[in-house]
Design a protein around this ligand. Structure first.
Ligand SMILES: Nc1nc2c(ncn2[C@@H]2O[C@H](COP(=O)(O)OP(=O)(O)OP(=O)(O)O)[C@@H](O)[C@H]2O)c(=O)[nH]1
Ligand SMILES: [Mg+2]
Ligand SMILES: [Zn+2]
Length: 288
């Protein structure tokens, strides 16, 4: 029987088939192959004595490490505009990972009740200048949730972002029921308390939507130095026009990306982040 893993907890995987959801274990061979089943995996299962066993994991179209989920087509990156504070570096890193995986990325600013309108407008124009779609929500009251719903049909979407930004609140609002537990953020540090501990796929609007645990760091070092520039969609109009075809838009002369930066057609924060990440990648690996 074929199915999709919708949840994994403590060594058990919940596999949805056309018939029903089966609690399954994974066959030992995966451990030897260092392949762990992920939520979102399409799998083959067999049922023996009422117990399910995953016997095969089909090839993944995408694979994220954080959150650990396979085969998603789209990520909604949830950022609270305040409480916890907006983290631009983390957003930039996650966008790189989305691009590297070929995922459609949408940015959702939540808790818009907590900052003045002008401040929100600044944040929105930053994201729009990169070229991504922005949605604004006040998940607590349901404001903006319909906009998110419109993007779900036919997609496998993951809600991701730091702890406490309101991912589970958004999901519950979309579903119209309390499917996931939500948690307060700490009064003092204004940080989330890592309420959600696992990824879980839920069927909605002819697609799937996954909640995921909040993360506080991301690693983009696995991306190749030559691939990094293609994770910045706003470079696209310039990167093939540089003097050198191998230009990394770093210290090379005749660079059109740097020219676009000087003329404010590329956001400085983003370019600086590109260079910072490139230097990190270069220093961590020996390129021969
Ligand atoms: N002021 C305000 N608070 C909100 C809003 N949306 C969610 N919250 C609150 O933010 C807190 C954290 O919400 P969660 O949905 O648990 O956050 P999460 O992103 O799922 O966090 P983790 O599961 O820890 O990763 C809760 O107290 C929510 O009530 C909003 O639009 N405005
Ligand atoms: Mg949560
Ligand atoms: Zn260049």
């Amino acid at each position: 029987m074929k199915g999709i893993i919708i949840k994994g907890i403590a060594g058990f995987y919940y596999v949805k088939t056309d018939e029903k959801v089966y609690e399954c274990k994974a066959r030992g061979k995966f451990r030897h192959e260092e392949l762990s089943p992920l939520v979102g995996d399409k799998v083959e299962i067999v049922i023996e004595n009422e117990k399910g066993l995953i016997t095969e994991i089909f090839k993944r179209s995408t694979e994220l490490v954080r959150p650990a989920i396979a085969n998603v087509t789209q990520a909604i990156i949830v950022s609270a505009v305040k409480n916890p504070d907006f983290n631009t570096d983390l957003l930039n890193k996650f966008l790189i990972l989305c691009e590297a995986n070929g995922l459609n990325a949408i940015i959702c600013f939540n808790k818009i009740d907590l900052i003045p309108k002008e401040e929100l407008e600044n944040k929105i124009s930053f994201v729009k200048s990169i070229g991504y779609e922005v949605l604004c929500t006040k998940a607590k009251t349901g404001e903006g949730i319909d906009e998110i719903r419109k993007h779900l049909s036919g997609n496998v979407t993951v809600l991701c972002g730091p702890s406490g930004v309101g991912k589970s609140t958004i999901l519950n609002n979309i579903l119209g029921r309390d499917a996931m537990k939500t948690g307060d953020i700490s009064e003092k540090a204004k940080r989330g308390k890592h309420t959600t501990r696992h990824c879980e796929l839920l069927e909605i609007e002819g697609g799937y939507l996954a909640d995921s645990p909040g993360f506080s760091s991301l690693d983009v070092a696995a991306i190749g130095k030559d691939d990094l520039q293609y994770c910045f969609p706003e470079f696209k109009n310039y990167q093939n026009e540089c003097k050198f075809s191998t230009c990394m838009h770093y210290k090379e002369p005749g660079c059109q990306v740097k020219k676009a930066l000087e003329e404010n057609r590329i956001n400085k924060n983003r370019y600086d982040f590109y260079i910072k990440t490139l230097e990190e990648i270069l220093s961590r690996r020996e390129w021969k």
